[in-house]
Design a protein around this ligand. Structure first.
Ligand code: UDP
Length: 243
């Protein structure tokens, strides 16, 4: 039985990082493709308006709270989440598990060269790690067919999908039955971090729940996107009080 809290209509797993890690190990022992989603406040504001997106998130097999906004909002419902579980860190953990258990990885997403750079960096860090393949995240319908054929042929155990939300969640959902993988995880900008193209916030910002502020200072053009954070808090507060 999963322990979840429903925030603005989306079920979020009440897990610690270690519990999430245990779930990854379970998923790798099963046969069908398990979907891991990493929603933050922005995702949930979008999901409220996009029914397909909200249904897909609710179909996820592990839906971690990848933002301090969700941890705050869970308290409005009287069902506090245990902690923020950063998608970027869970991805790193899954890569370590893949390395030790000799599972193969496929990267789909990012600008031209990003998935390849991420693969190279992993190879340097984990010599012999099984990278089944990679492809950038900008493709038309025709290319998409080839990508899916490539994945089916290479049969990776784990697929990391970085197409931005909600595109990556929809892609995983629509293709999950033919991928043959054990885990498909939406990772967004974490692939750029893995490739060394962007940096995570220093520990101070992570520990104080101010990672969003660091990103805003680094990328001021995110300002309008970030207005979704207070919007999300207001939406969740209203939802919790009117239930
Ligand atoms: N991306 C992609 N194809 C697209 C749109 C986005 O591959 O059609 C990639 C983009 O290059 C980036 C990643 O998706 O590497 C994450 O995008 P976004 O900034 O939306 O995610 P966030 O930083 O919020 O995780």
């Amino acid at each position: 039985m999963r322990d979840t809290v429903e925030i603005v209509g989306i079920n979020i797993d009440k897990v610690t990082f270690e519990e999430a890690e245990d779930r990854l190990l379970d998923f790798l022992r099963q046969d069908e493709t398990k979907m891991i989603f990493t929603p933050n406040s922005e995702f949930l504001v979008d999901a409220v308006k996009d029914r397909d997106f909200s249904e897909i998130l609710n179909d996820g097999d592990l839906v971690i709270p990848d933002g301090i906004g969700l941890v705050i909002a869970s308290k409005f419902y009287g069902m506090p989440l245990k902690e923020k579980v950063a998608g970027c860190e869970l991805m790193t953990k899954l890569i370590e598990i893949a390395y030790s258990e000799k599972k193969s990885i496929y990267f789909l997403g990012g600008k031209e060269g990003v998935a390849e750079e991420a693969s190279q960096r992993l190879n340097d860090r984990y010599p012999g790690i099984k990278i089944a393949g990679f492809h950038n995240g900008y493709f038309d319908e025709e290319e998409e067919k080839n990508i899916i054929d490539d994945i089916i042929q290479k049969r990776p155990d784990i697929i990391f999908v970085a197409l931005g939300a909600p595109k990556q969640e929809k892609w995983i959902y629509n293709n999950r039955h033919r991928l043959g993988a054990k885990i498909a995880m939406g990772v967004g900008g974490s692939l750029d971090i893995l490739a060394g193209r962007s940096k995570r916030a220093p520990e101070f910002y992570q520990k104080t729940g101010l990672e969003w502020l660091y990103r805003l200072l680094k990328e001021p053009k995110r300002f309008f996107r970030m207005l979704k954070l207070p919007k999300f808090i207001a939406l969740a507060f209203y939802d919790a009080k009117t239930r």
